[in-house]
Design a protein around this ligand. Sequence first.
Ligand code: SAH
Length: 284
Amino acid sequence: MNRNETLSILKELKHSPNKKLGQNFLIDKNVLDKLISASELKKNDIILEIGAGLGALTSELIKRVEKVYSYEIDKTLYRFLKNKFSSSSNLELFNQDILKVQIPAHNKVVSNIPYSITGPILEKVFYNSSPPSGILIIEKSLANRIFIGTNYKNFSRITVSFNAFMKPSRKFSISPNSFYPSPKIELSMITVYPREYLNPFLRSEEGRTFFLNFVCGIMPYKNKNLSNAILSYLNSRKASHLSKKDIKEYLDSINFDDMKLSSYNYDDFIVLSEAFHKIFKNFK
Ligand code: SAH
């Protein structure tokens, strides 16, 4: 769907793109082709699409795979899609908020997602015990925090949470002009795979919740040493029953040197969260 086709459909529907819902429709055939080719679609793939919009990506997906589950929160767009794809038996459309529902089982997520809710979408789709692969268009600044490489400037909460579950593989920039209306942010297409080995602590719901809260709690103090970051986190929650000395001794007992937060790798954070889970079980 190019710019003119998109404009004429919107006109027909008397629909102006809803900014709040992140409606930026893909109008660039090259980007669409890239997204499809990066997805390495197989006949037996079960695909999740988040935010179908006017169905530009949906129509390419349904030609190639066994099943597509597509979510679109906007009623007008959903009705348009229902009609457009009325004869596609391998597509199931949902007029629902992706963040509020239980999603059917799938092995890949392929989407140009609503950018404003990227964080919650990543959490919902990937931070679980058997995450799918993902080929997504997301905000570039977030993509840079996921794929930090050796650039610790971007080391953040999402770096640690995301990389605990997923293996970022490829990333490249996409021009905002590939969308109508063109968003005010820069974008990237990313390809990510589930990690081959998921730490057992993250296989349980309780472990995952604790880990994500722990990472969220200490990462604001990323320029501090580990013991100070943990202490600040505890103090900020007014939940401290541990002194700095206690924390240092505990870290020592589990063989963790007290270094700057960015010196630890993702697996260290999982091991750490599991260790602290043991001593403050009721602590969120
Ligand atoms: N994939 C389409 C549309 C991208 S725009 C394309 O590339 O052209 C993002 C779409 O996500 C919009 O249509 C918007 O209405 C939808 N959306 C926004 N928030 C949503 C939510 N919480 N659940 C489901 N869909 C949502």
